[in-house]
Write a protein that binds this ligand. Sequence first.
Ligand code: TNX
Length: 529
Amino acid sequence: MNTRSFLTSFIASFFVVPFIGCSDAPKKIPYPETDLSQAALIPKPLKVVATHSAFGLDSKTAIYTAQAANGFEKVGQFLSNKIQTQLSLNIPVNESPLEAVERIIYINQTEALESDAPEAYQLHIKNDSVLLNARTAAGAFRGIQTLRQLIPEQSNDTLAEQPMWLIPSGKIDDAPNFGYRGAMLDVARHFFTVEEVKKYIDLLAYYKYNAFHMHLTDDQGWRIEIKSWPKLTEIGAQSEVGGGPGGFYTQEEFKELVAYAAKRHIQVIPEIDMPGHTNAANLSYPIFHAKGKAETPRVRTDMKVGYSSFDAYKDTVYVFVDDVVREITAISPSPYFHIGGDESHATPKKDYIHFVEKVEKIVQKHGKKAIGWNEIAQANISQTTVGQFWNEPESALKMVEKGNQIILSPAKKIYLDMKYDTLSKHGLHWAAYIPVDDAYNWDPETYVEGLPKEQILGIEAPLWSETISNSAELEYLAFPRAIGYAELGWTPADQRNWEEYKIRLKGQVPYLNRNDVNFYRTELVDWEN
Ligand code: TNX
């Protein structure tokens, strides 16, 4: 018998004939009663059936994965690494010898799932085995987040010879309500280091986000290396709000972020905001600058918006945009490229429309679909372009009528840079104060009347960074609200309830503390008891 078929029959023995007749079968462990349906899972899974026993995660556990299918082994490796960091347990993945193995986690590829969503998964947790079924590696990855959330803080050191972390047994069938569940970080108003961005991405992955939108350019700074236009980073990157040093990502660093996110089955969507919000580019190359209403480029460290613009009728501007889109799309596997398009108050309407239509074509030429903030509805955009609704429901509706898909980011509900309340240490409040319950208590499916569900690609929580400049401040605004948005993107409205959610939210504290997350301890949640 070769290793592979030995492995297959070994694994099968866990599911088909679990130790019946086996002379050296381990003695039965007296697992305590559990209740999987009460677990603090966020986002809440679609279906949970508790069987009131447990799987004992311990040093005799091994992970096996479907190997023919793409990416499954990496998912197993990711789980093993996280278990190692959290529990200092070394759980091998697809490794022989198997003699010492008593319990297995098997990550299996199958089409036989209740939902046909690519990220659907099913978890079957029994005494000696956890079977995770998924159609795709992305589905398997979402499934292991659920499993991670079920690992208790404390081990039980009395049940067996070695410490065991008891995972409640039962069955979970799960799939997302929306295919796009995003978060945006503005790295232009303040620069965030590669390590800071990675930390945020890793936290988002735990809550099943699958898109990370990077707002890479704005008036105060240009943050991505463009080899054909070096002054963007020599000049344009050297400033930020408040007068700090700014910074930028080299293309190698951007690739590193893309790879880090991809490992978590999160796509990175780059945004180059234009024709407004372009002061940093115009300062680097004054030839781009539109005269007229736009203010003369200079280093900007203030928080004003709407004063800068590209010249929509200069050939050089389009040569430049083409180069930027070409260089970025070459290192960006996401099918989308975000062209911004918001608050171009210094661009005449006719010029704005001309610009958006030309840039959309450039993005398409480079093989990507464009995304733009809701103002792009003024232009005659093609059906494949996605509108991101933030402040004008009528623009979202106009795009929907033309057949476009919409990402929902209504500022009044989902802007992570809005203060929680009057006492918030960071944040703005032009759209609203957004306390943690208001952030949770709305329904993306009905928020804009007349927006058909089929045309809602999903939701995204933007974090603008005028008032924040490091991980602690970022986390103060993002957490815990981003956790609630994860549930709004994943769990259907009829299964959401604030009173019940806030108990599960409190259950996140050990994870947040373990990861040194500076979350806002709102009084709306009883964190201590
Ligand atoms: C509006 S939302 C903006 C950003 C600001 C943000 C501050 C949007 C598309 N534009 O330029 O940073 O408000 O909340």
